[in-house]
Structure formats: structure tokens, C-alpha cells
Ligand binder design. Structure first.
Ligand code: ACM
Ligand code: ZN
Length: 724
């Protein structure tokens, strides 16, 4: 699949300037798709699998101008142009009937859109976040979905040809700036638009009925104990708030102010009136993350064992204030008491900026969203076969030479970028204000081609190899028989441990070649090491002993010198787990084996089995990523079905269970927004199974409580899969 191509400067200029006309995508060469800037398609366009639409979105990464007016296409599929930031102009098919959900989500350079008269429906969040969209023309009377044209900051005119207002939801045009937008409707129709749901927003702020929050319908994760005082007078929240915080809770006071401002608008501290939000510590609570929350007529009291507990209490209050999700904030919250503590103490998401770089600001933006659901660790997979993404001052060549490549499988696009140490320190600090810990990962001995591409002396054969541009498992490994391998890893971990204060550091350990570790068999240095260690060199399984040796040396360094707890992806051939380490159970169908090994070795284990926790897999058939390496579907229900204790009982849970993690490997995720799309709502399911005990939660209850959460996400412009 790997394709290296060279185009002459003249060919690039000509491809960029002239609009190409083809019937369908299969008429174009891969390189032409990658270079296309202006394109007209005239044939019948497919919508499933590696469809014309998927190819337009994922393969034509610099497409600015697309003319589909003569294409034979009646339906624009969901996510058709999801987060295609380059797209500036599109002419829709003249015979188009439907535009499905999130079709143009965050196409922020799109300037104008004309919806042909043939269109009968526009799905949820179809044009949400198209910040550059200035003009919308609606020729017919399509039904407009929730948030279909939400968050259009640059909108200037909306022209509708129909005298009868198309059916719209109150949220359809959420966030439009009335002083900037002109609604143009046929003569005499204005009165009808003024009264019509959704359209009335163009004339005045929509009036909403008073809403009393129903916490039992909106909290996720669900708390351990909640007592709502039915019949007691609720607390009016649309008033002045006085935030009073005990010593040591300055950060939580700031967070409370930020959260209340986001929900309620300008909140003013007033000693004369309003209500009190009291934040304090309570040492009688037993768990470091535990908190209590009480609402009475005068205000809200949140107490935590630690600042983190107080912060989780604030996140619960935020969800109570959000209520049904139909508006930023409810008007009244009921008097209640909540007593809460987590079931597991590490609830993690892993992101993979190695395969697809995540710009720093997008990475940062991931943190507040996680914190809403009490997810408390963000694991960064910083290096892999495809790129090295973290500045190492001792080895600047790593990022100079191996943080930029051309292509990922069939997507011929630039994949470049890295994080400076300064940025990572900033991330750690920022995440700490949300009580999220940043856990770095540097892989060994496999998934290291990026480093090998710079330092061939890390391998057995000492040959230079290019960074990988496809997914899959590489046979290029670090050589354990080579002193430089230890010198290199030692220098890298010296800087990594200095940047990241987390107690934890992930060493990878997974998928080291196929067959595993095979390249060590005939290496003279590996053979010599085996002889020295008394390992017979004829039996290939003995390579695992070398793996053990390599890991032991690095684990010792990390534990003894830097006081870190090493982590790794469990492979069944490890058999022995070094004392004090944390293993990750990740392989589908092999969780029990990994758990038994953890129990046998008295080790702690993170639950992230592929069947439940691999959020890079599609959430439903046909959902993104439509083209992948054969990923199974991991539905929302599958994610929710995770039992963190895997039926192993209370002893296992107490002694061995470390936490739960969801992975977002990025071979097939090519924009930052799509990481969010893959993560949510499954990450909320993960958060609930990791936080809430089984007796207070159920799938049916979760789905009901998810509804307001998803509405709130849409309102805030956060993209998530709707396929559940
Ligand atoms: C993994 O998915 N290779 C840990
Ligand atoms: Zn070797």
C-alpha cells in the first residue's frame, strides 16, 4: 500500500488551478485525489464503505471547491464532510433529498450554501460549527434538525424561498448573532417566521419555560447515594452566587466561577443577596475522590476529602444545572443531598498523537470535556512506528526527522507536528486544574520505527528504515543486545520523567513484531546476550527472556532512580509481571488470561479490553471510520457492558483492579474533531462503569440520562457519534 510519489512543480500547479471533472472517485488516481483542490463529480455517488463521499472527505485533504450539482446523488451521508477544514465552496446535487447528521460539522471555511428545492431533511448538527458560513439559501421546505445550523458565528444572511417556514427545531439556529444576521423571506411571510419554532430566534431570544432540574434524569456517572427532597421548595439558580472556598481550594473556587459563568452567564458575588456555594474539605470522608453535595433553599455545599473530591462535586453540580440540556441552565434545582465516591480510582482515556498529530490546543481542549464525566487520566501515546512526537533535548533529530511524514494507509496527506517540552509542562499544569493526570507512553521494544529511522544503531541489523506510513505491526525492534539501546532509553526517560510528574509511565510492550521478537533470533548481539544470560539461543520462545531482561533494566531504572510505577500492555507471553508494575488487559478475547496473570503476579491491572474499550473502532456498522483495517464494531452498549472486575470478585477488585481505560488509536482518525466523535458517548459509558457501582446503574437508565448530556454536547459544539 505504501506509495511514494513525486509530482513536478508544473503538475502541482496545474492540479491546483484547474477544476477536474470526473464521474466518480474511482476515475481518479490516488495522487490526483491528494492534489485535488477543485473538483466536479457527475456520476452516481456511493455512500457506503469506501464510498465516493468517504474518499472526498478523507483522500482529498486539500479540496476547496466541490461541484456536485450534476452528480447523481440523493443523499449526503452522515459525517460526509465532517471536520474538512479546507472546504470553501460546495454546490449540492440538484436532485439531493437528504443531508444527514453532522454532514458538514466544523467545515469552518465553508462560505455559503444553497440547499436545493429537492431537499426534504437536514440532519442534526449538519452544519454546526461552520464558523465561516456567511450565507444560507434554502430553496425548498426541508425539515431542519436539532442544531443543524448551530454556532455559525460568521452568518450574515439566511434566505428562505418558502412562504411557509420550513419545520425547524428551537435549537436549529442556536447561537446566531441577531444583530449581524438578516433573515430574508418572501413578502408577507415575516409574521409566520416570527411565530415559527426555530425561526423566531431571528427576531428575539426564544422564551423558554421554567425548568426544574431532575437530577435522577441527568447525572452520568450516577452517584452512589442521592436523596431528592420532593415537595421542598427548590433553589432559584438565576441569581447572584457567592462562592466561599476554604483554604487550599483556590483552584476549585476559580473552576466554580468558570462553570457558573458558562451555565448562568455573568455571575456576581454579592454579599447582600443571592445564594452561597460553599466549598470545603471534610476529612471524615474515606476516599480521596469522595465528596458530598447538599442543596437547600440558601445555597449549595460541597465537601470533599481532597480538592479533587470538591472538584468532582462541582462537576456533579454542573450536570444538575444543565438539567435536560435544552438550555444552558435550568431555573430551579431541587433540595437534595448526594454522597459519592468512585468505584475505581483511575478512569483514563488514551490518545494517539503519533499516528495522527493532535495540535496542542486541541489536545488541551480534550481535558475539560473528560473532567465533566470524572475521567481523571489522559494517557499520551507519544511515539510509534509512524512518528516521534515529543521533543527530547538530547536527541533533537527525533523530532526534526521523525515527526513528519506523508501518508497513512490510503490517506496521502501530510502528518506532521510534535510537542515541545514546554507545551507538555503547560498541559500537565492545565490538566491538574481539572484534576486530570497526564500519563506519558514511550514504546519499547516494538512500535519504535520512528526512533529507529533516526538511529539505525538501535536495531539488530543497524540499517536505516523509513517511518511507517501504514497501520499494522512492524518487525523492526530495538536490539536488547546493544548498549546504545539502554543509553538511548535512559536519556529519553531522564527527560520524560522530568517533564511529566505523574507517578506512572507507560512502556508499551505490545505487538513487538510478527512473529513476536523474531528479529532477535539471528542477531549476533542478541545471541551473545543470550549466552551471557544462560539462555539457549536455538529456541525462539527464549526471545521472551530477552524481552524480560530489557524490561527489567528499564523498570529498575524508572523505579529506583525516578520513583515511577511502570506500566505496559500485557502480552500473554510475558507470563511474569515485574513487582509493582501495572499491566493493561487490552486484547479482545484474552482478558481472563491477563487478569489471571495479574492475580498470579500480585500485580495491578487496567481494564481496557478491545471488545468494550477500543473507541477507535466504529460504534455501529457504517459509522466512522468507514474504512479501517477490519475493526469490529464496539457499540455504546458494548462499552457500557464492561464489568471492571470481570466477574473476578471483591478480592480481585480490592487487590488487583487499577482502573478502566478507553483507547483512541489514530490510524483511522484524521482530524482532532474526529477523536471527540470516536470518544463520545462511549467515554461517558466508560466513566460510569468506572465510577458507579453496579447497584446504582443500568443500561436503560444510562441511555435516558445520556440524552441531556448529548444535547448539551451538541449545544456546546462538541461532536459525538449519534449511532446508538
Ligand atoms: C494495542 O492496541 N496495540 C495495545
Ligand atoms: Zn539484536
Amino acid at each position: 500500500m505504501k506509495r511514494i510519489f513525486l509530482l513536478s512543480a508544473a503538475a502541482i500547479v496545474s492540479a491546483a488551478l484547474s477544476a477536474q471533472t470526473v464521474a466518480k472517485m474511482s476515475d481518479m488516481k490516488p495522487e490526483t485525489k491528494a492534489m485535488a483542490v477543485s473538483l466536479k463529480l457527475t456520476g452516481e455517488l456511493t455512500t457506503e464503505g469506501n464510498s465516493d463521499y468517504r474518499q472526498l472527505r478523507d483522500l482529498c485533504f486539500q479540496l476547496r471547491d466541490l461541484d456536485l450539482s450534476d452528480a447523481n446523488s440523493t443523499g449526503l451521508p452522515k459525517n460526509a464532510f465532517h471536520s474538512r477544514h479546507q472546504l470553501e465552496r460546495i454546490k449540492l446535487p440538484k436532485i439531493l433529498k437528504t443531508i444527514e447528521s453532522q454532514a458538514f460539522f466544523a467545515c469552518d471555511k465553508l462560505q455559503e450554501i444553497t440547499i436545493p428545492a429537492s431537499v426534504t431533511s437536514i440532519g442534526e448538527a449538519a452544519f454546526s460549527g461552520c464558523k465561516g458560513l456567511e450565507s444560507i439559501v434554502i430553496e425548498g421546505t426541508p425539515v431542519l434538525g436539532e442544531y443543524a445550523f448551530a454556532r455559525l458565528e460568521g452568518l450574515k444572511t439566511v434566505k428562505v424561498n418558502s412562504k411557509v417556514p420550513p419545520r425547524a427545531d428551537v435549537s436549529t439556529f442556536y447561537g446566531i448573532n441577531r444583530s449581524q444576521v438578516k433573515l430574508i423571506v418572501p413578502k408577507g411571510a415575516e409574521a409566520a417566521y416570527k411565530k415559527a419554532p426555530g425561526w423566531s430566534r431571528f427576531f428575539a431570544e426564544p422564551k423558554t419555560a421554567k425548568e426544574v432540574s431532575d437530577p435522577s434524569m441527568c447525572l452520568a456517572p450516577y452517584p452512589m447515594e442521592m436523596n431528592v427532597m420532593k415537595g421542598a421548595k427548590g433553589m432559584d439558580v438565576q441569581t447572584a452566587w457567592n462562592i466561599v472556598a476554604a483554604e487550599g481550594l483556590q483552584n476549585e473556587q476559580n473552576q466554580a466561577r468558570r462553570m457558573l459563568t458558562e451555565r448562568i452567564g455573568n455571575i456576581v458575588n454579592s454579599r447582600q443577596r443571592g445564594i452561597v456555594l460553599n466549598l470545603s474539605l471534610d476529612q471524615t470522608l474515606t476516599d480521596n475522590e469522595a465528596y458530598t453535595l447538599a442543596v437547600n433553599a440558601k445555597g449549595v455545599t460541597i465537601k470533599g476529602k481532597t480538592a479533587q473530591g470538591v472538584f468532582w462535586g462541582l462537576m456533579t453540580l454542573d450536570q444538575i444545572l444543565r438539567g435536560s440540556g435544552n438550555k444552558e441552565c435550568v431555573d430551579i434545582i431541587p433540595q437534595l443531598t448526594i454522597k459519592d465516591a468512585p468505584r475505581t480510582h483511575v478512569r483514563e482515556l488514551m490518545v494517539d498523537p503519533a499516528r495522527t498529530f493532535i495540535p496542542f490546543d486541541d489536545l488541551k481542549a480534550f481535558i475539560p470535556e473528560m473532567a465533566r464525566y470524572k475521567l481523571n487520566a489522559l494517557h499520551l501515546h507519544l511515539v510509534d512506528d509512524q512518528a516521534w512526537r515529543i521533543e527530547i533535548k538530547k536527541y533533537p533529530q527525533l523530532t526534526e526527522l521523525a515527526s513528519s511524514r506523508w501518508g497513512q494507509d490510503d490517506m496521502l496527506a501530510p502528518y506532521k507536528g510534535y510537542y515541545t517540552q514546554e507545551q507538555m509542562r503547560e498541559l500537565v499544569k492545565y490538566a491538574a486544574t481539572y484534576h486530570v493526570e497526564i500519563v506519558p507512553e514511550i514504546e519499547m521494544p516494538g512500535h519504535e520505527v520512528a526512533a529507529i529511522s533516526v538511529f539505525p544503531e538501535l536495531t539488530c541489523h543497524q540499517r536505516q528504515v523509513p517511518v511507517r506510513t501504514t497501520c499494522g505491526v512492524s518487525n523492526e525492534l530495538l536490539c536488547p543486545g546493544n548498549d546504545f539501546t539502554y543509553e538511548f532509553l535512559g536519556n529519553v526517560f531522564k527527560e520524560i520523567t522530568d517533564i511529566f510528574p505523574s507517578k506512572y509511565i507507560h512502556l508499551g510492550g505490545d505487538e513487538a513484531g510478527n512473529p513476536a521478537l523474531d528479529c532477535w533470533t539471528d542477531c549476533p548481539k542478541c545471541k551473545a546476550l543470550k549466552r551471557k544470560l544462560g539462555i539457549p539461543s536455538t529456541d525462539r520462545s527464549e526471545n521472551w527472556k530477552l524481552q524480560g531482561y530489557l524490561f527489567d533494566r528499564i523498570i529498575e531504572l524508572l523505579r529506583d532512580t525516578y520513583h515511577k510505577t511502570p506500566m505496559f500492555w500485557y502480552e500473554s507471553d510475558f507470563k511474569e509481571i515485574q513487582p509493582g508494575c501495572v499491566t493493561f488487559a487490552w486484547r479482545s478475547g484474552q482478558t481472563k488470561e491477563a487478569l489471571d496473570a495479574a492475580v498470579r503476579n500480585n500485580a495491578r491491572i487496567m481494564l481496557c479490553p478491545g471488545e468494550h474499550c477500543y473507541f477507535d473502532y466504529p460504534m455501529a456498522k457504517g459509522d466512522m471510520p468507514e474504512v479501517n483495517w477490519g475493526m469490529p464494531v464496539t457499540s455504546l452498549k458494548d462499552a457500557y457492558a464492561l464489568d471492571p472486575a470481570w466477574g473476578m470478585g471483591a478480592e480481585f477488585e480490592k487487590n488487583n483492579l487499577f482502573g478502566v481505560a478507553g483507547t483512541l488509536w489514530s490510524e483511522c482518525i484524521n482530524t482532532p474533531e474526529r477523536i471527540s466523535y470516536q470518544a463520545y458517548p462511549r467515554a461517558i459509558a466508560l466513566a460510569e462503569v468506572g465510577w458507579s457501582t453496579a447497584n446504582v446503574r443500568s443500561w436503560e437508565g444510562f441511555v435516558k440520562r445520556l440524552k441531556p448530556t448529548m444535547k448539551d454536547m451538541m449545544r456546546r459544539g462538541v461532536t459525538a457519534s449519534l449511532e446508538y
